[in-house]
Ligand binder design. Structure first.
Ligand code: MN
Length: 311
C-alpha cells in the first residue's frame, strides 16, 4: 500500500528528452508481500497518467499464500494487474471474481469508489512474479461508476528481438482493448535475442522504463534493476540494447494536466476528499464489501494532515 502521508503530484510539465533514474524502494503490502515500488518517488510522481508501479517477485513458495491483501478501497484511479509468473485471485464489491494468469490483464476502474481483495489462490503453481500499475483518472471520469474488466487477448508489437505486449493505450500503431481515459502507453517488453532495437514512441508523451529482468542498456548505460528511468518528452523512439530473456516495463502518456493528491489507495484533488473517503471506508458504506474474501477488511491508516510536497 502507498504511504500513509498525502503525496502531492503536480500537473506534468513539458520537458525535453532526459534520462533521470529513480531507485525503487521496498514496501511490504498487507499480508506481508514485499514489493519494489518504482512510483511514486520523490522527484517523480507521475509519468503521463501513471502514478504507481509495484514489482513483486520472482519468488517460489510452498504452503501458504504470498499475496493475501484483504478488502481495501480505491477511488480516482485504475489498477492494472499483470502477472509474469503464477496466479492471483481478484474479488471485488461489484461481485466480480477473477483468477488472473500470466498474459492476461486485470483492469479495475475505481471511479467514485470500489473495494477489492487480491490473493494467491489455494490451487497455485508455487510461483509469483508480477506488476501492478495505477493510472490516475481524469476529472471527467473520476466520479463515474466503478468497473472491472479482464482481457485475455492483447496486441503484440514485434521490433527486432523485442516483443512488446500493449497493456494500455497504444504503441507503434497497436492499441490495447483495455478501456483508457487519457492518451497513454503501457507495455511489457521481452527480448527474444540479443539486439539493438529502436522502439517508436509518441513524442508528445513522457515515458519511463523499468528493467524487470535480465540485461538491457539505454545507449551506453546499463539499466539497473529496481530503478525507474524517466525519459522525458519529445522522443520519437528509444533505442535499447537488449539481451535474450530480458524484460522491461514501458509506461508513458501525455503529461497529466491535473494536480492530484495520493493517499493510501486513493487518488483525489483535495485533502477534504481524502478525509471523506477515509471516513466512508471506516463507516463501511460507499465502497461496498467483498464477502467472497475469507478474512478481515483492511482498516484505513491514520490520516496525517501534512502534505508531502513534490520535490
Ligand atoms: Mn488494490
Amino acid at each position: 500500500m502507498p504511504s500513509a502521508e498525502v503525496i502531492e503530484c503536480p500537473a506534468g510539465l513539458a520537458s525535453a528528452p532526459v534520462v533521470e533514474s529513480y531507485p525503487a524502494h521496498q514496501a511490504a503490502l498487507p499480508g506481508g508481500l514485499v514489493v519494489s515500488r518504482a512510483l511514486p518517488r520523490a522527484g517523480r510522481r507521475l509519468v503521463g497518467p501513471w502514478c504507481f508501479l509495484d514489482h513483486y517477485g520472482p519468488l517460489a513458495f510452498g504452503a501458504g499464500k504470498p499475496m493475501d491483501i484483504g478488502p481495501h478501497p480505491h477511488m480516482g484511479l485504475q489498477t492494472v494487474t499483470w502477472l509474469i509468473e503464477g496466479e492471483a485471485l481478484h474479488n471485488d464489491s461489484l461481485g466480480n471474481e477473477r483468477l488472473i494468469k500470466p498474459g492476461q490483464l486485470n483492469l479495475m476502474t475505481a471511479g467514485s469508489g470500489i473495494s477489492h481483495s487480491e490473493e494467491t489462490p489455494s490451487r497455485n503453481s508455487g510461483r509469483l512474479h508480477g506488476l501492478q500499475f495505477w493510472v490516475a483518472l481524469p476529472g471527467s471520469r473520476r466520479h463515474g461508476p466503478p468497473a472491472f474488466d479482464h482481457y485475455e487477448e492483447l496486441p503484440v508489437v514485434v521490433r527486432g528481438a523485442c516483443r512488446a505486449v500493449v497493456l494500455m493505450g497504444e504503441l507503434d500503431g497497436a492499441r490495447s482493448p483495455a478501456t483508457a481515459y487519457s492518451n497513454m502507453v503501457g507495455a511489457d517488453i521481452v527480448a527474444t535475442g540479443d539486439d539493438d532495437v529502436r522502439l517508436p514512441l509518441d513524442p508528445s508523451f513522457e515515458h519511463a522504463i523499468m528493467l524487470v529482468d535480465g540485461r538491457v542498456a539505454l545507449g551506453d548505460r546499463a539499466l539497473e534493476p529496481s530503478t525507474l528511468y524517466y525519459l522525458g518528452t519529445g522522443r520519437d523512439a528509444v533505442t535499447l540494447a537488449v539481451t535474450a530473456g530480458a524484460r522491461l516495463a514501458l509506461l508513458g502518456g501525455e503529461p497529466f494536466g491535473e494536480r492530484i493528491l495520493m493517499w493510501w489507495n486513493f487518488v483525489a484533488r483535495t485533502p477534504e476528499e481524502i478525509a471523506q473517503a477515509r471516513t466512508d471506508w471506516e463507516r463501511g458504506d460507499r465502497f461496498g464489501s467483498v464477502p467472497a474474501y475469507a478474512g478481515d477488511r483492511i482498516p484505513a491508516p491514520p490520516l496525517t494532515p501534512r502534505v508531502q510536497r513534490s520535490s
